[in-house]
Design a binder for this molecule. Sequence first.
Ligand SMILES: *Cc1c(COP(=O)(O)O)cnc(C)c1O
Length: 354
Amino acid sequence: MEYPRIKINLEKVRKNTETIVNRCDNLGISVAGVTKVFCADLKIVKAYMDGGVSYLADSRIQNLMNLEDIDISKILLRLPMISEAEEVVQYADISLNSEIETIKALSKIAIEKNTVHKIILMIDLGDLREGLFKDEDIYTTVEEVLKLEGIELMGIGTNLTCYGGIIPRQENLSRLVELKKCIARRYGIELEIISGGNSSSLHLVFENKIPEGINQLRLGESLVLGRETAFGNRIDGTFDDAFILEVEAIELKDKPSVPIGEIGIDAFGNKPEFIDRGIRKRMICAIGKQDIDLGDIAPLDEDIIILGGSSDHLILDVTDSKIEYKVGDKIKFKLKYGGILKAMTSIYVKKIYV
Ligand SMILES: *Cc1c(COP(=O)(O)O)cnc(C)c1O
């Protein structure tokens, strides 16, 4: 099976990474390359490493297992499940944590394995996804962590713009730097890492406004798509087309734009609505919602309209295109983050590299 396929330009990924790593490096910030969007595919991981990332980071332990033979520090991004503590200690050098019970489970395994597992304590600065929220909880957790064997408190970190859409600013990120100072004063320890968020923190790097002391960012979307994610701006010197989806046309016919008969609910339980554009040239392509969300793809031929689809079909209106399409033609799309994620995860989408 050659199609549908996702074509990955490794040199563009490497170049994106190098450009962003250099910008961060100028401010003393190291980059953890986040691999979850492409299921830690080894060739793309190599492009990240050639681009100069200092760590690899993923939310799924299965993906980190895949990276076992690669000699670089690995970070587990999603808070560990207690039930996976053993694998976490085995395959991640560092994990992000907010629950003392989980950290105790990691400690127990680390002691058994005669090793030390590093943790970054997550602080919730208001986005309301993961992290310790109240000051008193932060200090009690730090105190308990410092007592545990087999665990090294490597740093503190935060994650923003993921659930609550909160934009990283000097004001909220400075709290991490303050916290680091308070921890140093109270407990006499210098934390090595202050991890200041994901691709939504990059705008502060570009504006030279990132609080001094933040020394790590965990970046995925910006490296693969060349954009910061607080405002969605493109990043100079990067590519937004390193990943291209190619699908094949399996039907091409002139048909009305409104279905004939009484309209009930579609295959996904929604009542569809239609715009009457008269008779149009419609194309069906062999890919569907099992592999892609229709809102996450954008045709390179800008005269194509995406009409909809079902599990295995994508329906396009190609009437306005300057190209005379025929059955068997390949249609190309740029992808949003969710599009890369789903296409890379789908076993029905072939991965090829250029
Ligand atoms: C996914 C993730 C990232 C990377 O986010 P991007 O927006 O892709 O840069 C960073 N940190 C955590 C905790 C994540 O889950």
